[in-house]
Design a protein around this ligand. Structure first.
Ligand code: SF4
Length: 526
């Protein structure tokens, strides 16, 4: 093993925002148990060695990955920060509500952590004495908004005086290796929403398809989304490939073809170690060639492996990445791409997918509209006439509910009972009082989304299905319904939705008409 060389590293923010240097970030997964356990000491030792590595710019520490309890990211982070290492702390919304997240954000800021990665998080899979319940009080978009507001000094708090500003440099993830249009396009829309709400850098999901990687950057250029993007390079092993192939990590795809390659290489005397490092090094070269600002390395590796991988990645000739990209083409059967392929390279062109464009033609939309469920059409009609601000029905509803404010509790309760009887039957409503039905084509996120995602889909769909259970993801369904109406591109427009817990068990109709729900912020009530 070569001795690590210490040196002063640029800050992550400076590196990404003010230099053109190709960045390397390594993901560290903390262990279970206290840090003095054998596995904890092993992670700490690896982290300290990587902190000294001149080519490793930042270490990124996960927050209960895979939905199980692990040692808190800041335990390891504090040690690394003291050594002058740039650290990215993951914060996911699965185990913390908004108060816990805010409190943790203040703790991180007070301890000197600037770099944070906002995630909705995987659905919990384990826990002490049974599986933990997911929290999902807010989502990654809400968390990014919170970081941005903390950076602005929470101007609405402390009696309008604001508070001392934090300096978070916030990152987010895009789950871009999706098979179907109805999964991929909402991920692209959500990416834009994350950037709009403060994501200053983006990390892709783990993936092994250079065309999809190329497409992401081209899509971002087309949409004017200008933030640095890091390609996620997970160093495979036989065990990891089998695990991914079985779909155990939501959003990560290892195709049959890739698994066959891994099985073959894994049968070598070194169990494929040399091959997997070379494969990952080539992925790094492809990322650099495509224009990514850096790589995000993951895998169960030793320090020597990272060192070798980085050395290999630097050893290639300038144009070698093109041939490597040709080999890195593990797409899913019938996979949707936003752009046509470039016939010369097999990568992405900038010509928008012709079939996709045809599916948006007036004739195709007319046909798609005919397929829309009757219930959806009826709900839309009622919504437009009654619940859309500005509609005559809305003004009437508002007058009625204003008048009821002065009426007895019994009348209000009876009306709420009628509302519930209708909405439970029609939508499996859970009486949250802060209704998102109109934004998700009348699909209730409380009852039909395991993570109650109100600002677009999480990254966990598999073939369009929810990562939890077998149902279609509500956002994939919403995309199809909205597309038939030519409105899908606006599906995530508008302010970030924060469900107001204070409204639970109250009348959502009253809250909508009287401007008490989240839509009031959109100008829902004049
Ligand atoms: S319904 Fe969609 S957004 Fe909700 S948890 Fe399932 S995959 Fe994620």
């Amino acid at each position: 093993m070569r001795a690590p060389i210490a040196g002063i590293k640029p800050t992550w923010r400076h590196l990404l925002a003010e230099t053109g240097e190709f960045a390397t970030c390594v993901e560290l997964v903390t262990s279970r148990g206290i840090i003095t356990e054998r596995s904890g000491r092993r992670v700490l030792e690896l982290a300290r060695l990587l902190a000294q590595h001149p080519r490793v710019h930042a270490l990124s520490i996960t927050d209960n990955p895979g939905g199980s309890a692990m040692l808190s990211a800041d335990t390891l982070g504090t040690d690394l920060l003291a050594r002058g290492q740039e650290v990215i702390i993951h914060l996911s919304c699965k185990d913390w509500n908004r108060n816990a997240l805010q409190s943790h954000a203040w703790q991180l800021a007070s301890e000197g952590f600037d770099n944070v990665l906002a995630l909705s998080g995987d659905f919990p899979t384990g826990g002490y004495q049974g599986r933990a319940s997911g929290v999902f009080d807010i989502d990654s978009v809400g968390l990014l908004r919170m970081f941005s507001d903390l950076n602005a000094g929470l101007p609405l708090e402390a009696g309008g005086r604001g508070m001392e500003r934090t300096r978070f440099f916030s990152g987010a993830v895009v789950s871009n290796f999706k098979r179907h249009e109805r999964e991929l396009m909402p991920q692209y829309f959500k990416l834009a929403k994350k950037i709009e709400n403060g994501a200053a850098f983006i990390i892709t999901q783990i993936g092994y398809d250079a065309r999809k990687q190329d497409e992401l950057l081209k899509y971002m250029r087309l949409r004017g989304l200008q933030v640095p993007v890091l390609a996620n390079v997970y160093v495979l092993s036989l065990a990891a490939a089998r695990y991914f192939h079985a779909g155990h990590i939501p959003g990560v795809v290892v195709t049959d073809e890739l698994l066959a390659l891994v099985e073959k290489q894994g049968a070598a005397p070194d169990q494929g170690r040399a091959f997997f490092l070379e494969f990952a090094a080539r992925q790094c070269a492809v990322a650099r060639g495509l224009g990514y600002r850096g790589v995000y390395l993951g895998g169960h590796l030793r320090y020597e492996d990272y060192d070798r991988l980085l050395e290999l990645a630097e050893s290639f000739g300038e144009g070698d990445w093109r041939a490597f990209a040709g080999e890195l083409r593990f797409s899913q059967p019938g996979e949707f791409y936003f752009f046509e392929p470039d016939p010369g390279t097999g990568l992405s062109s900038t010509q928008i997918n012709r079939e996709y464009l045809r599916s948006k033609s007036p004739e195709a939309l007319r046909a798609a509209r005919r397929e829309l469920p009757l219930g959806y059409r009826l709900n839309s009609l009622v919504h437009d006439r009654v619940f859309e601000p500005g509609a005559a029905g809305f003004r009437a509803g508002r007058r009625i509910y204003q008048a009821l404010e002065g009426a007895g509790e019994g009348v209000r309760r009876a009306l709420h009972g009628v509302e519930q009887a209708i909405k439970i039957a029609a939508f499996d409503c859970r009486d949250c009082g802060d209704c998102s039905l109109p934004e998700i084509t009348f699909l209730c996120p409380e009852s039909q989304c395991a993570k109650n995602q109100r600002n677009g889909p999480c990254g966990g769909t598999r073939q369009g299905k929810c990562e939890v259970g077998e149902k279609e993801c509500i956002w994939a369904l919403a995309y199809q319904r909205l597309k038939a109406e030519g409105k899908e591109e606006q599906m995530l427009n508008g302010p970030v939705v924060f469900k107001d817990g204070a409204l639970q068990g109250t009348s959502a109709w009253a809250n909508a008409f009287l401007g008490r729900d989240h839509r009031a912020e959109e100008g829902g009530v004049e």
